[in-house]
Write a protein that binds this ligand. Sequence first.
Ligand code: MN
Length: 271
Amino acid sequence: MSHQMTRRHALTAIAAGTAGAAALARVSAADAPSPALQPPATPSSAAPQPPSVGPLVLPALPYDKASLEPHIDTETMEIHHDRHHKAYVDNANKALAGTKWVEMPAEKIVASLSDLPDDKRMVIRNNVGGHLNHSWFWASMAPPAKGGGGEPTGTLADAMKAAFGSFAGESGFKDKFAAAATTRFGSGWAWLCLMPDSKLAICSTPNQDNPLMGDKIAGCGGTPLLGLDVWEHAYYLKYRNMRANYIKEWWNVVNWTAIQSRFGGQSEMNK
Ligand code: MN
């Protein structure tokens, strides 16, 4: 039970500061397997068994799978969330079981990969990374009818102008971010990060690496504010090999309110 609670708190921590992610955390708490919270029906009849479900929990989506249409199709959302993300969660839980890292929030685990035992480091890097990246990814999107798309406003818009010249202008933020996402060879992610000097930066990582892993491991540092999944499983059913078209359409579902909220929270922590 304590593991379940800890992980739920961890997910809330991941989501802290973003409106969309807060909804995600609420839904995921409700979605967590309930039997672990209840006393066993026959407490003394059998030897204690480890829980069949590990401490990381697949978060429920904060919107309907069909609601990102036509930009992201329903079937892709189903397979991406229900199968790919679930597999990262299951594999991460298997690798973490029985280790001291099982109580640690996913963000902390990926930030301390060098402390992990050699035989578990890669599987945890890939699968806890995958869980973290996807949890953020879902919370970074919203249906177009419910706030998805448009442009950032307020302090995030100001910071983008300072860092990239403009949001949507030539060679501005969108162009640079799309270039990072398009040119990532193979599978990976493009990121908008808040750097320690409080400036914004764009980078990309391979596989399921996350900027929190640090520049030495992931080739990219800072605190991620927005990530775009450019694995083929994120777009191939609808867009086939046309990754650039997927990226162009994805802008229509970015939840800038959530990203602004996360930016505000992280900026405060940097002070
Ligand atoms: Mn993915």
